[in-house]
Design a protein around this ligand. Structure first.
Ligand code: FE
Length: 195
């Protein structure tokens, strides 16, 4: 029995030991391990972004990440959606289609389809952008300190695709939470509630 045959015959420990002595064999040892690893990035790049997981599930687990290349985002989004979602732009006040939109339903991310806000938490703040006093439960949005433009604000991004949504402020005492999620219309799509 040769050296290689003996190593394989003793199982995984022997394979690892063999690999230590034969560095090129590490590749062969690692192949079955790599096959068991999650391949989230492969899923996205090979199949394209999927909206089904977010729409089909409403668990409290953190959303699966959607990671696309810059070229893929440019292909997927309109120029304006790209400017706001991927480059942290802001639509002009009183121009967004959801500013004074109060139909019952759910607002989902325009980038990945993740459910972000319910119409039940939407209120008319008069600020010129859609305002919500809370995001949907389940860590749907991520909050990050934002010190840009000489201001101290809290940026709101989609937890699933990291798309820029807007900012949240503690200036709405008339609401149950006192908070105002000030969100760009272009960052969202509205899904009417089934009647
Ligand atoms: Fe998203």
């Amino acid at each position: 029995m040769g050296e290689g045959e003996e190593a394989v015959g003793r199982g995984s420990d022997a394979r690892l030991e063999y690999a230590m002595r034969k560095p090129w064999a590490i590749i062969l040892v690692m192949l079955p391990l790599a096959a068991c690893e999650p391949t989230a990035s492969m899923d996205v790049s090979e199949k394209g972004p999927t909206m089904e997981p977010a729409a089909a599930t409403s668990t409290s687990k953190p959303a699966e990440k959607v990671v696309l290349t810059d070229a893929q985002w440019r292909e997927r989004l309109t120029a304006f959606e790209y400017q706001v979602l991927r480059q942290k732009g802001t639509e002009r006040a009183f121009t967004g289609k959801y500013d004074e939109h109060f139909e019952p339903g759910t607002y989902v991310c325009a980038g990945c389809g993740a459910e972000l806000f319910e119409s039940d938490a939407k209120f008319n703040s008069g600020c010129g952008w859609p305002a919500f006093y809370a995001a949907k439960a389940g860590d749907k949005v991520k909050l990050t300190p934002d010190y840009s433009h000489g201001m101290v604000r809290t940026e709101v991004t989609c937890a699933k695709c990291d798309g820029h949504l807007g900012h949240v402020f503690d200036d709405a005492p008339q609401t149950p939470t006192g908070q105002r999620y000030c969100i760009n219309s272009v960052s969202m799509k509205f899904v009417p509630r089934a009647k």
